[in-house]
Design a protein around this ligand. Sequence first.
Ligand code: NAP
Length: 318
Amino acid sequence: MTARILDGAKIRDQIFVELKDEVRLLTSAGVRPGLAAVLVGDNPASQLYVKSKIAACEQLGLASALLTPPATVNTLDLLAVIEDLNRDNEVDGILVQLPLPTQVDTKRILEAVDPSKDVDGFHPVNLGRLVSGRPGLVACTPAGCMEILRRNDIPIEGANAVVLGRSDIVGKPMALLLMHANTTVTICHSKTRDLPEVVRHADIIVAAMGKAGFVEASWIKPGAAVIDVGTNRVTDAKGAERLFRNFPERLEKFRAKGNALVGDVHPDALNVAGALTPVPGGVGPMTITMLMSNTVKAARLRRASPRFSATQSIAGAR
Ligand code: NAP
């Protein structure tokens, strides 16, 4: 059996079509959703991430602004930048690209973002809303995983879900979303005993550990749905041989390039799982997608008039 591939790019394209319509409606009602990105310093990876987020805004017709404080910025100066954005009515979403330089108190900065503009869903107020099942802005990667499950008609209600990883930005919100969707959730971490046995009971596995190919195919219940959040760059030949032993084409590509991107789930899972997100191309495209979706949602919740929400079907969606 070969698993059905859960194509993140395809779902991104579907959601982008929906978002474009929503942005058009909002803009014609005088509300052009806007995202402000704060990019501190000149980390090339961060620059690349922010560039693709701004490009997505342009593609969807959202307004965007880029603020680039220097790498030497201190906490107080950065707090002032956030305060300005909080006060700016044209800004619906504030994105602080992480990591911040070590001299900056990251927690303080993230907590200074107005929760109604917290499109990354990192603010404790939004996390609290998620815990209590109230509407709010949800962290993008786990929200994207739920879209993948739902839009591929993976049976969720009553399923046994195992989430590998308990970080604030992926594992915990993921487990909460699955619980609210009526799965029975088990959360695993580095101290979990007999991980393979726990994973074997899962109908849905969400792997978010940051360990290349750690989840072996033999742990997976045949037919299970596997959402692989892990994004790991493999550079050693031995590691690549272990991962790509049954995928000669991927091994060849690795040898030519000297590195490969892999998830937390061993590629052999393809022959056991019922459905599987590929790495790359599965969860990856969903994170920016949900950032865009959160920005539009924030604009709708913050600025759209009652008349607009009452007459357009977009109100309350997502
Ligand atoms: P993180 O903060 O490092 O958390 C990793 C989690 O995995 C921790 O809870 C840790 O347990 C657990 N863990 C580590 N080793 C384990 C083991 N041997 N057995 C069981 N659990 C183990 O990572 P993160 O930020 O959540 O990210 C996880 C992965 O997702 C990374 O590869 C990251 O690059 C990727 N990611 C991808 C996207 C995307 O858009 N595709 C977005 C975000 C993250 P403890 O709590 O006990 O330490």
